[in-house]
Design a binder for this molecule. Structure first.
Ligand code: FDA
Length: 303
């Protein structure tokens, strides 16, 4: 069996892998289960010169209690970031704030979060989830930036609609976009599947963002080809340091991150924490090219 097929086969059986094993492998991607773990990680990242964005793990809330619990944790995180003078913003998934069960509830939760963050001058990044919520997410982002400056959204280059979305966002005024490939498996009619097509789309969108002098961009990738393209494009457009940063996930591509820092680029690291680590972990493990070997080795380690 080819390595790719074996990888796909293992991905398919991952839900059967016992949680303690998933936890062991996903530990590198997650700061821990408590806010203190995230703050400690951010402190270390700040010491090496990276900034951070703290994510309270959780998604697809189904009732107000879950939304309140997420908000409480975000408020605590904002407070801690401020009181410990950490160089960090926050990242949030709108489905965690109720988007899937009540649009208005989500809108009011987001308003509360943005107002709290504004008290501390903290930046709020809206993560992009699967394509069923893209339109609603962009609508809430557009609404939020009518009132708040320190808010941005993520855009996925795998979606065919994303170039148009970017043109629309740029037309609405100053925008702050985290550009990523996109992690969700989407239907072929609406998404690119081929790795090169996703990269080409990424680069086209990056060009659109860099051409617009009012846009800020978070270049969120660990793909050396995209990083190389971005470095050349930044040079070509003469993009100022205040208009971009590279962004990476905790536990991924540490050497590349340090290379970028050493070359004088700003780098932000996504630092997730919380009890609801399972779904995020499964997405990260699916993307880890070495996962198959690791998991097989572990499954057989105790025999
Ligand atoms: P690619 O997947 O090709 O990875 C390039 C290389 O990076 C791999 O060859 C490997 O060396 C390394 N690598 C990547 N993932 C790894 C892993 N899990 N473990 C070990 N090594 C790994 N997506 C989304 O849909 N919505 C969002 O809001 C966000 N937000 C976000 C924030 C930040 C800061 C980042 C960096 C990424 C996201 N993503 C995201 C995820 C993103 O869409 C994408 O799935 C991953 O970044 C992987 O894509 P790459 O561009 O890194 O390329």
């Amino acid at each position: 069996m080819s390595a790719k097929l074996l990888h796909q086969a293992i991905v398919g059986t991952m839900p059967l892998v016992p949680r303690p094993i998933i936890w062991r492998f996903s530990r590198r991607y997650i700061a821990g289960t408590h806010l203190a773990d995230a703050c400690e990680t951010v402190c270390e990242l700040n010491a090496e010169g990276s900034t951070a964005t703290i994510d309270v793990l959780g998604e697809d809330s189904t009732d107000d209690e879950q939304v309140e619990a997420a908000l409480d944790l975000y408020f605590e995180a904002l407070h801690e970031i401020h009181s410990a003078s950490l160089q960090s913003g926050i990242s949030v998934k709108l489905s965690e704030l109720g988007l899937r069960y009540d649009f208005e509830r989500c809108e009011s939760a987001m308003e509360a979060l943005l107002a709290e963050a504004a008290k501390y001058g903290a930046f709020v990044r809206i993560d992009m989830e699967d394509s069923t919520v893209t339109t609603d997410t962009l609508q809430l982002y557009s609404k939020a930036r009518e009132t708040y400056d320190r808010v941005g959204v993520a855009i996925q280059s795998c979606l065919r609609r994303s170039e148009d979305d970017i043109i629309q966002l740029l037309g609405e005024g100053q925008t702050d976009v985290r550009l990523c490939k996109g992690i969700y498996l989407e239907p072929e009619e609406i998404s690119y599947r081929d790795a090169d097509e996703i990269r080409e789309s990424y680069n086209r969108i990056l060009d659109l963002l860099l051409e617009d002098a009012t846009a800020r961009v978070g270049i969120a990738t660990h793909d050396p080809l995209l990083v190389q393209y971005a470095i050349e494009a930044l040079e070509r457009y003469g993009t100022g340091k205040d208009r971009y940063e590279f962004q990476m996930l905790l536990g991924v591509a540490g050497p590349l991150r340090r290379e970028l820092l050493a070359a004088g680029h700003a780098v932000r690291v996504y630092v997730p924490f919380g009890e609801l680590w399972y779904r995020y972990s499964m997405r990260r493990l699916r993307e880890n090219p070495n996962m198959v070997g690791h998991i097989i080795k572990n499954l057989f380690a105790g025999l």
